[in-house]
Every structure is written in structure tokens, then in C-alpha cells.
Design a protein around this ligand. Structure first.
Ligand SMILES: Nc1ncnc2c1ncn2[C@@H]1O[C@H](COP(=O)(O)OP(=O)(O)OP(=O)(O)O)[C@@H](O)[C@H]1O
Ligand SMILES: [Mg+2]
Length: 255
């Protein structure tokens, strides 16, 4: 799916009458099957931008289109993975993965088979019956990954999906994301604060300005695919891109 963000601005209106400008005149096109990563200072408007693409609310000005049609409400072919794993604590890993399929009325036997296959892909086949409280944070995020991919989204929105993990687990999950993504190559918009993650995953990194979010810089990342995340981590060219992003962001973090 293609995403087209055209002259989009967004302001939040508080009850006090105060307004917060979150997005300012953003133009961005994401090609079918492209993996775009958004970085930017905290509070600059990244989550707001994802929410606008998800159709959770309409922009104050401008238009967001998916495959040429204006977005209205979250589409069945869109997967949205939030910052926190947001699993239902009373459901087992399997039942959490099944959730999206139930909502889409996939027949029970087929749904179960697909959910188990997805849990297997993230290395959790033996934990299907475990509840979130019985799993580590990394395992919970793998369940969330499985839940996101089991619906075979054509557009995938991810908001800091691996935020609260140690470096090693993070690389493991980034690799699982790369492998899952390679199977069908959905269009991805992923937000992260981890600049190495941005370089390792993206076809393009979009650097957002401080609030209100404008596009400050766009960096193309040309490493061949499929990628090995752990190998790229120590690649000199990746280090160079990482440095560029670091200094680009640093300018935005000045008050
Ligand atoms: N529902 C809302 N109502 C009012 N203001 C909001 C709302 N959602 C976000 N904002 C404001 O919009 C601005 C951008 O918020 P947003 O969550 O998009 O930032 P972000 O870039 O995702 O930050 P972070 O990196 O910390 O997650 C902030 O000033 C925030 O206070
Ligand atoms: Mg955010």
C-alpha cells in the first residue's frame, strides 16, 4: 500500500481553549513495500503522525491517503503496534495472537493454525498457553509482534515497538521483525528513538524537527536485503549514517 501525506498540519484543542500545534505542513510519500523509520525529539509529533495515518483522527489541514483514497477510520489491512506491548493480561499468548483474527471473523480452525504458526516464527511455540504475567518483557513483545503480523497487514504502523528492552534482546527482535517483514513486505512506518535501529531497519530515515513536527531531513539507507541486523551493527557505513542522524537530531534538541 502507498501512503500519501499531503500538506498535513494538526493542532490539538484543549478544553481550556489552548491549542498545541503538533504537525506543521508535512509532506511525505511512502511507496508500496517501503520501510520508513521516523525519528525526532520527544514530544515532536511522531505518534500523532502515525495516528493520523491510522485514521484515528482527521488532520486539521491537509490530507492523508492510502492507495489514493483519503483515510477514514482504521482499515482491516492496517496493523498498529503500540509502544507498550498492550497484551490482554487475562488472555494466553495464543489467545492474544488470535484477537485480530477473531475481529476479522477468520474461521476458528484456520485462525488457530495461523496464530500458532506466527508464535512459532517468533520462537514462542512452547509458550502458547502462557499468560503475559508468566512471560518476560521480551517475550511479551514477541507475542505482540506475532499478533501484529498474523493479520498479514499491508500497512504496518509501529510506535517504538522495542523501547523497553536490553540491547541484545532488541537486536533479536529487530531480526525477527526483518524476517517477518521479508515474507510479504508490507509498507512500514516505524517510530524509534534508537538511531542504530533506524539505520539497520530502514529504506529511508525521516528526521523530524522539534514540535511542531516538520520534516527536517531524509536519509536513504541502501544496505541490501535481506539484512542481518547484528552484522550491520558494526558496519562502518552504518556507523557513518548513525553519526549523521545523531548530529541532525542534536540540532533539534537545542532549546
Ligand atoms: N490527545 C491529545 N490532546 C492534546 N495534546 C496532545 C494529544 N496527543 C498529543 N498531544 C500533544 O502533541 C504533541 C506531540 O505529541 P506526540 O505524542 O505526537 O509526540 P511524540 O513525538 O510521539 O513524542 P514521544 O517521542 O515522547 O513519544 C505533544 O505536545 C503532546 O502534548
Ligand atoms: Mg510517541
Amino acid at each position: 500500500m502507498t501512503v500519501e501525506i499531503r500538506a498535513v498540519s494538526h493542532e490539538f484543542q484543549l478544553e481550556s481553549g489552548e491549542t498545541t500545534a503538533a504537525i506543521d505542513q508535512v509532506d511525505l510519500q511512502v511507496a508500496d513495500g517501503e520501510f520508513v523509520v521516523l525519528i525526532g525529539p520527544s514530544g515532536c509529533g511522531k505518534t500523532t503522525l502515525l495516528n493520523l495515518v491510522a485514521g484515528l483522527y482527521a488532520p486539521t489541514r491537509g490530507q492523508v491517503s492510502i492507495d489514493g483514497r483519503p483515510v477514514s477510520g482504521i482499515a482491516a489491512s492496517t496493523g498498529y503496534m503500540l509502544a507498550r506491548d498492550s497484551l490482554y493480561p487475562w488472555r494466553s499468548a495464543l489467545d492474544n495472537v488470535l484477537l485480530g483474527l477473531e475481529l476479522r471473523n477468520v474461521p476458528q480452525a484456520e485462525a488457530r493454525e495461523r496464530a500458532l504458526a506466527c508464535l512459532d516464527l517468533v520462537g514462542l511455540a512452547d509458550f502458547a498457553g502462557h499468560h503475559p504475567a508468566q512471560m518476560s518483557q521480551g517475550m511479551r513483545q514477541r507475542v505482540a509482534l506475532a499478533r501484529t503480523f498474523v493479520i498479514e497487514p499491508q500497512l504496518l504502523l509501529m510506535d517504538e515497538p522495542f523501547g523497553a528492552l536490553d540491547a541484545q534482546t532488541k537486536v533479536l527482535l529487530e531480526q525477527q521483525l526483518m524476517d517477518l517483514w521479508e515474507r510479504r513486505r508490507p509498507t512500514v512506518m516505524l517510530v524509534t528513538h534508537d538511531l542504530e535501529e533506524a539505520v539497520m531497519l530502514a529504506d529511508r530515515v525521516i528526521v523530524c524537527s522539534a514540535r511542531p513536527c516538520r520534516i527536517k531531513e531524509v536519509l536513504k539507507v541502501d544496505f541490501e536485503r535481506p539484512r542481518r541486523v547484528d552484522a550491520l551493527r558494526f558496519n562502518p557505513e552504518a556507523q557513518h549514517l548513525f553519526e549523521r542522524l545523531w548530529y541532525s537530531l542534536k540540532e533539534e534538541n537545542h532549546d
